[in-house]
Design a protein around this ligand. Structure first.
Ligand code: ADP
Ligand code: IPE
Length: 245
């Protein structure tokens, strides 16, 4: 089996609130299906998650105004999940959506439920979500990348794919630097600093998560979700993306 993270930068337009990209998702699912193996999908929030999270100041302590934020963000994330589910089911994949908030963001419980669905021959689909952190009286967010790391630990997939809107991990942000260089391979023991990689924004945490997953024994591929045919070229020499072992 394999694990795939559909980044919010691919399945939504990040700058436009609740803008879903059905064609992009459809093309990705076609390639995932071609692999002919069971898989687990984790998707991000993109413009269904981050815009309102920022607006309402979530994560943060539970306050009156954040209660509406929690409600809206969860509604939007479930809506995005339903759209992904529709794309999967229309392609003949028996997917089942599993919202982390139902388990109060408890990673062990989420991954246990996902394993049970997988063992029953279903294709679990979980996603970045808000959840109530009772002990600290907070509304928190579990990211899709955190879920992928926990699932890699529990399910020991042979391969993990991270799909974003750029070709992989570069030496610096390719959207800001025209001379950015795509790193074809990354060794899990190398730190970004000592190999001179300038990872910024969302990519910094992602890059560290990817290394942690590789240490668990899975091979990780970071690739462009807008060119999903690359998912089926991972072993060819013209593969474009970053491989982390
Ligand atoms: P997603 O939300 O889809 O999982 P992110 O938006 O968090 O992905 O990360 C992808 C973005 O990270 C890219 O659009 C890119 O502009 C930015 N980025 C910053 N630094 C780098 C880097 N060194 N290599 C690749 N992308 C980078
Ligand atoms: C974000 O999940 C979820 C919310 C903001 C509720 P991710 O952090 O995994 O989303 P992307 O992939 O970066 O958009």
């Amino acid at each position: 089996m394999f694990l795939v993270k559909l980044g919010g930068s691919v399945i939504t337009l990040k700058g436009r609130y609740r803008y879903y990209r059905p064609k992009a998702v459809h093309e990705i699912i076609k390639e995932l299906k071609r692999k002919g193996e069971p898989f687990v999908v984790v998707h991000g929030g993109g413009s269904f998650g981050h815009i309102k999270a920022k607006e309402y100041g979530i994560p943060g302590e539970i306050t009156e105004s954040r209660k509406m934020g929690y409600s809206v963000i969860h509604r939007d994330m479930v809506d995005l999940n339903q759209r992904v589910m529709n794309s999967l089911i229309e392609s003949g994949i028996r997917g089942v959506g599993i919202p982390p908030s139902v388990f109060n963001g408890n990673l062990q419980e989420i991954s246990k439920s996902i394993k049970e669905h997988l063992d029953a021959g279903l294709f679990p689909v979980t996603f970045g979500d808000v959840y109530i952190n009772h002990p600290d009286k907070r509304f928190d967010i579990v990211s899709g990348d955190d879920l992928v790391l926990e699932l890699a630990r529990k399910l020991k997939p042979s391969e993990v794919y991270f799909l974003t809107d750029v070709d992989g991990i570069y030496d610096k942000n390719p959207k800001k630097h025209r001379d950015a260089f795509l790193l074809r391979e990354l060794n899990d023991s190398a730190t970004f600093e000592n190999i001179g990689i300038d990872v910024t924004g969302g990519m910094l945490k992602k890059a560290n998560t990817v290394k942690d997953i590789a240490k668990l024994g899975s091979t990780v591929y970071v690739l462009n979700g807008n060119v999903p045919s690359r998912l089926n070229r991972i072993n060819s020499k013209d593969f474009i993306g970053t491989v982390v072992k």
